[in-house]
Design a protein around this ligand. Structure first.
Ligand code: UD1
Ligand code: CA
Length: 450
């Protein structure tokens, strides 16, 4: 078996995107189009070459991966010319797999089939059957064998009726590819060096071109504008949702669920509508996510209830916890087992001990809270003095009365009780009632309004 090199064409501008970004940097499921192709290429190939042109620097800088070989195509003179730019770096005794930076949903199994055929036959071409083949290069067959590819603009009326089209994706023995490419010219309607011309050359040299026909149109669909981008995003999401459901995830409406990253889950998890998952998210067993939640980079335990309209980012949520509705869990937060974070509560960079409750309208930031603490409605940890952030520590079993402000740095002792409406500026001892507010007085006679 020869090793495989990927050559990914990504030099085009993609003017129909109407964007300052090169086309291959548009994103699908939060990953660039080129990123999707690279992922597939790297899974199969020993080396990956990316041919860049328009916005080449911008494309290069978007990928930190040192293993990518960048090749410059200064002028876009055609697909054959583009592939040729990579050939000097490729060893003859290998297979070259040609991919496209704007064809993001190609699947590993298809590429495996194609490269396996190329190992045997020297040349293997991926085609697809289209109801409307307009615009594509047509596959010319004789006795069922591929003979040539004729571009739309060079085709005659009979050829234009052919519905089997070239996807552009092919796998070719590198030594042969070099020979064929050196003979490609630009004598065609577009004055371009066509990669597709190598097919007729191979046939002319007595080769049988192996054929793989793509099963799914989406795998070979290119992205030229924002409508096609949105259509492929939908396909991607639907495919992914189907996989999740097959693995046992309950999705109330798979068309209203987006995972733009990685999701893992245990058994019997349920996700309601309009939930967006980003980054790396894991759910334990029996966890439910109610409508309209956005969850990014989070580890969520067993039996957790995420109630409607909650946002969670870079956080760990313990088993049996309840979050929301309308909760915001910000980065570096750890919510303990069976803790409850209620509505309109924001928690930032804090650890909340097991069984603690922050049920209503609170801000808790830079706080280490013990177990079984009760935070009354409207409590605020005042963690910022305008320059620095300060820490609040709250001991196990403490009870903070509603509408209190805890001015950090501050330690509230174990089982401390803070009277409602207090502004606490100094440490509060264990097991004691601390309060700071003026005694209530009532004037004997109400002042006259005049
Ligand atoms: C090409 C194929 C056509 C096929 C179609 C599938 C040729 C001659 N034709 O046509 O048979 O049906 O793809 O979509 O190959 N690119 C470069 N450098 C260049 C030219 C192109 O990097 O000099 C890149 C483009 O960025 C694009 C891809 O190659 O991603 C295809 O180029 P494009 O000009 O769009 O080819 P088509 O005319 O669509
Ligand atoms: Ca073209």
């Amino acid at each position: 078996m020869k090793h495989i090199n990927a050559i990914i064409l990504a030099a085009g501008k993609g003017s129909r995107m109407n964007s300052t970004k090169p086309k291959v940097l548009q994103t699908l499921s939060n990953k660039t189009l080129l990123g999707h192709v690279l992922m597939q290429a790297q899974a199969l190939c020993s080396q990956v070459f990316v041919v860049v042109g328009f916005g080449g620097n911008q494309v290069r800088q978007s990928f930190k991966d040192d293993s990518i070989n960048w090749v410059e195509q200064a002028e876009q003179l055609g697909t054959g010319h583009a592939v040729q730019q990579a050939m000097p770096y490729i060893d003859d005794d290998s297979i070259s797999l040609v991919l496209y930076g704007d064809v993001p949903l190609i699947e590993q199994s298809t590429l495996e089939k194609l490269t396996t055929q190329a190992q045997k036959n020297g040349v293997a071409l991926l085609s697809v059957m289209l109801e409307n083949p307009t615009g594509y290069g047509r596959i010319i067959r004789q006795n069922n064998q591929i003979q040539a590819i004729i571009e739309q603009k060079d085709a005659n009326i009979e050829q234009l009726k052919i519905c089997e089209v070239n996807t552009g994706i092919m796998a070719v023995d590198s030594g042969l590819l070099k020979t064929y490419l050196s003979n490609v010219d630009s004598n065609n309607t577009q004055g371009e060096f066509y990669l597709t011309d190598i097919i007729a050359m191979a046939v002319g040299a007595g080769k049988t071109v192996a054929s793989v026909i793509a099963e799914n149109e989406f795998e070979v669909a290119g992205v030229n504008d924002k409508m096609q981008l949105a259509a492929l995003e939908k396909t991607f999401q639907q495919n992914q949702a189907s996989q999740f459901m097959q693995q046992g995830l309950t999705l109330r409406d798979s068309a209203r669920f987006d995972c733009r990253g990685y999701l893992s889950f245990g058994q019997d998890c349920e996700i309601d509508v309009n939930v967006v998952i980003e980054g790396d998210v894991s759910l334990g067993n029996n966890t439910t996510i109610a409508p309209n939640c956005i969850i990014k980079n989070a580890k969520i335990g067993d039996n957790v209830a995420i109630l409607p309209n909650s946002l969670i980012e870079n956080a760990v949520i313990g088993d049996g916890a309840s979050i929301g509705p309308f909760a915001r869990i910000r980065p570096e937060t750890k919510i303990g087992n069976n803790a409850k974070i209620g509505n309109f509560v924001e928690v930032k960079k804090s650890t909340i001990g097991k069984g603690s409750k922050i049920s209503h309208l609170s801000y808790v930031g830079d706080t280490v809270m013990g177990a079984e603490v009760n935070i009354g409605a409207g409590v605020i940890t005042c963690n910022y003095d305008g320059t620095n952030k300060h820490q609040t520590t709250i001991g196990d079993g403490a009870f903070i009365g509603s509408d209190s402000q805890l001015i950090a740095p501050l330690v509230i002792g174990k089982n401390a009780l803070i009277g409602a409406g207090s502004t606490i500026t100094k440490n509060a001892p264990d097991n004691a009632l601390t309060l700071s507010r003026a005694k209530q007085t009532s004037l004997k006679k109400r002042k006259n309004h005049d």
